[in-house]
Design a binder for this molecule. Structure first.
Ligand SMILES: [Zn+2]
Length: 339
């Protein structure tokens, strides 16, 4: 009996040693680390789950600040020093509304990657996270209760929405509708001032043209951007894709709104760094801009009407039926179309 028991015990020790090490390297755990560092302004990159030089530099800075040995690795000591942002590990509890911690940030990253929102990984399980969990559960065909337990985490970690056929979510390759009708002007990779290249496609369409969501997803940004995009809407789709709609004259979507292809999100304008009315449209995969053309359908999400007719239509009776953002959302609309 004794030798058998000893083998069992040592096998357990091996598992206990191996598992945390493996878990630390997973994208969800890297994302939780990035979120913790970001909250302390020690990481300026995206919460993308990829451990690159910026993440390592952030860990180093944190370790230096706390007098820990500086090795760029978020080991148990570093995690402990992160306080509530460093614990508990993903999968150690059923996460629910009101929880906070490392596992919540990791969950938020997994939800985001699968295209369910919630828009940010801040480690706080609030209403947007709860909504995202419910969407993920519905898509995976598991019980929809808004509680993130093992089954929910497993379905998110598998990289796809579920092992069975998604109930309520499109599958197959990601394709996008054109956000506005009409020809494409400057393409992806076109030369820009300062040796930079163009990160998206430009649609030279009239001021006030209605802009439709390029596909199903959740709005994760709907506000003015001071980096040059002007009034900007960003929609999170599944499989790590986001679509960006810039220089809008006004925004009609809000953070947390669930959109489908063609849902009105705003109107073409020239806000931010823009030389004239046009829509700058970007597609990103895990926050890296990619050429949208291979994924762009020839169908447009909206119809082209004359700008005049559209103005009167939107400013007239349609205005009464305008969707209202929920209270507390960061919805804004500068340069309102209807004065
Ligand atoms: Zn552009």
């Amino acid at each position: 009996m004794r030798p058998v028991l000893r083998i069992g015990a040592s096998a357990l020790i091996v598992i206990a040693v191996v598992l945390p090490a493996r878990a630390d390297a997973s994208p969800a755990n890297v994302a939780a680390l990035q979120a913790a560092l970001k909250s302390m302004h020690l990481y300026r990159g995206f919460v993308d789950g990829v451990k690159g030089p910026l993440t390592r530099r952030g860990v180093n800075a944190f370790q230096r600040r706390r007098g820990l040995s500086v090795d760029g690795i978020a080991g148990p000591r570093t995690r402990r020093a992160l306080g509530w942002r460093g614990r508990p590990p993903l999968g150690s509890r059923v996460m629910r509304f009101g929880n906070r911690g490392w596992d919540v940030a990791a969950l938020q990253f997994l939800l985001q990657r699968a295209g369910h929102g919630p828009g940010r990984a801040d480690g706080l399980f609030g209403p947007l996270t709860k909504g995202a969990v419910r969407r993920a559960q519905s898509a995976a065909g598991i019980g929809v209760d808004g509680l993130a337990g093992p089954a929910t985490i497993r379905s998110l970690r598998s990289g796809t929405e579920s092992t069975s056929q998604p109930v309520n979510y499109p599958s197959g390759p990601v394709r996008f509708l054109r956000p506005v009708p009409g020809p494409i002007g400057d393409g992806f990779g076109a030369a820009r001032a300062g040796g930079r290249t163009h990160d998206g496609l430009d649609f030279p369409v009239p001021y006030g043209t209605r802009v439709g969501a390029a596909g199903r997803g959740t709005t994760i940004y709907a506000a003015y951007n001071y980096g040059g995009y002007g009034n900007l809407v960003v929609i999170q789709h599944r499989l790590g894709y986001t679509t960006w709609y810039a220089h809008l004259s006004s925004i009609t979507s809000w953070v947390g709104e669930q959109v489908s292809g063609g849902t009105r999100i705003g109107y073409v304008g020239s806000t931010g760094y823009s030389t004239g009315p046009h829509l700058h449209f970007e597609v990103r995969r895990y926050d890296t801009p990619i050429d949208p053309i291979p994924q762009l359908l020839s169908t447009a999400a909206t119809f082209l009407r004359s700008a005049g007719r559209q103005r009167s239509r939107e400013c007239g009776p349609a205005k009464r039926g305008m969707r209202k953002p929920p209270r507390g959302s960061d919805w804004i609309a500068r340069e309102r179309l209807c004065g």
